[in-house]
Write a protein that binds this ligand. Structure first.
Ligand code: CAO
Length: 459
């Protein structure tokens, strides 16, 4: 083995604190000069750390979530024969290889405004059916395995398509799966023009692979209407946040590709509320909302109906034995879905503390990519705001999501008279490819039973 050389972060204007959001290579990968090794994301930009020379990756010294800065060593590379003949000192020329992602004169990799972060978002009341949402799906990945290249779960080292972060962001915004795109640039690299050509071909009636493999006809869509709104009155143009754009692309794909059905139910939480208030009085240092009870009830229902704790992978169903629950959090920049892990092993107080911490971090933009990965099932609670029901969009590759609306005191017939009961509206959206209507009705009804009688959590 020839001498290993360091691949360092070029001058990015910060010595520390820029999170690693993506590993683009793994040990044993052969890399070309300028190929991205890891992706960093600051609050303003996303950038790749390029390989300063061609060679074989022998060590990856950072992991997703690490915070690093200029000069940090991200990998040890054994230079390829020709590179080692004229070795490039990684230390002394750390940014020489940035050309692939930056203009030739630039010292650092070119920043990209939107990021290649894992999909941050999942759930939302269903948007109106528009040509746009469907158009996005036409170009969206379908084979579950290939879909990984764009999803949060998919940041698998070594399998990302060869494209710059800017091109990946561009593709993500259009809902294009880069693994379906042929790169025509040097070394097969995918350029923006390749993505545009792919989109054009799809709009012209191209086909896309189906989630379970094979080919299906693409949707034949008319173009999105182009309107000069100012012709009709005063308007103001606003740019959308990066989170809004990323979530929009994810929501459009999920809504268009997953056959959603929403099952509605109500839980009688009269007794639960008495207990919650008592618990709150006894534990004034933590805010205990109905949401943590819902998390525990969801875990019980996932255990009873394991298909709800699964994901489609091609023709297979992957059943998860862990219970990580995503929580939709409304932030000033848009919707984010951090994940509370191992909810089966945590009590109401611990979950309350974690919920408070994770929603505060979401609102302060302090979530890491890892905080949003690994979810099994999501809950979107609008109960603190209002409404009677909504149709949440499933957070792929999960197969179901629970929407929660505001509880209301209602007269409920108890067999002999109407009694005032506090009723909580539940809206369960599920992927009909995986879950049948009867199973969804059972799941929702079991959830309501557990919330109506918390002793069932002990069974
Ligand atoms: N019915 C009645 N009251 C409810 C309720 C329900 N289902 N759920 C919560 N509440 C109450 C809480 O008890 C709390 O009351 P107090 O202030 O009197 O104690 C109040 O509403 C506010 O709760 P909260 O919203 O601060 O806390 P939470 O645990 O219910 O939710 C979080 C936390 C992070 C989920 C929430 O703040 C949030 O961001 N919700 C929006 C999620 C969202 O946007 N989903 C839709 C996605 S589609 O775009």
């Amino acid at each position: 083995m020839s001498q290993l050389m360091e691949a360092r972060v070029p001058d990015i204007g910060s010595d520390q604190g820029v999170p690693v959001i993506e590993l683009l290579v793994k040990v044993g990968d052969i890399v070309t000069k300028d190929q991205g090794l890891v992706t960093l994301e600051s609050d303003k930009a996303t950038m790749e750390v390029p390989a300063p020379f061609a060679g074989t990756v022998r060590e990856v010294l950072v992991k997703v979530g690490d915070e690093i800065g200029t000069g940090a060593v991200v990998a040890m590379i054994e230079p390829a024969a020709e590179a080692s003949a004229t070795p490039v000192e990684a230390k002394s020329q750390p940014v020489a290889a940035a050309a692939a992602v930056a203009p030739p004169a630039a010292k650092a990799p070119a920043p990209v405004v939107a990021a290649t972060t894992p999909a941050p978002v999942a759930s939302s009341p269903a948007p109106a059916a528009t040509a746009t949402t469907v158009a996005v799906a036409t170009m969206t990945p379908a084979a579950a395995s290939s879909r990984r290249s764009l999803d949060s779960e998919s940041l698998v080292p070594g399998v990302l398509p060869y494209a710059s972060p800017a091109v990946r962001v561009f593709a993500r915004e259009l809902g294009v799966d880069l693994s379906q795109v042929k790169g025509t640039e040097r070394g097969g690299r995918i350029g923006k023009a390749d993505v545009q050509a792919f989109v054009k071909a799809m709009l012209a009636g191209g086909t896309m692979p189906r989630a379970s493999g094979g080919e299906a006809g693409g949707l034949q869509l008319i173009p999105w209407p182009q309107v000069d709104f100012a012709k009709f009155g005063e308007v103001e143009r606003q740019s959308r946040t990066r989170i809004n754009k990323l979530s929009g692309a994810n929501l459009a794909r999920n809504w268009a590709m997953i056959p959603h059905v929403t099952q509605f139910d109500e839980a009688d939480i009269t007794e639960m509320e008495v207990f919650r208030k008592k618990l709150g009085e006894e534990n004034k240092d933590v805010k205990i909302t109905p949401l943590v009870f819902l998390i525990k009830a969801v875990v019980a229902a996932l255990k009873k109906y394991p298909a709800f704790n699964s994901s489609l992978d091609g023709d297979d169903l992957v059943l998860k034995k862990y219970f990580h629950v995503g929580i939709a959090v409304d932030t000033p920049d848009g919707l984010m879905v951090p994940v509370l892990r191992d909810c089966d092993r945590k009590g109401l107080l611990e979950l309350s503390a974690e919920l408070a911490s994770i929603s505060a971090r979401a609102r302060d933009k302090k979530l890491t990519a890892a905080d949003m990965q690994g979810g099994c099932f999501s809950i979107s609670s609008l109960g603190g705001i209002g409404g009677t029901a909504f149709t949440p969009i499933i957070n792929a590759p999960e197969v179901a999501i629970l929407g929660v609306s505001k509880s209301q005191m209602k007269p409920v017939w108890n067999g002999s008279e109407f009694a005032p009961r506090l009723m909580l509206p539940l809206s369960l959206s599920y992927d009909h490819r995986v879950i049948d209507g009867a199973a969804a009705a059972r799941f929702a009804s079991y959830l309501a039973q557990v919330l109506g009688d918390l002793r069932r959590l002990l069974v």
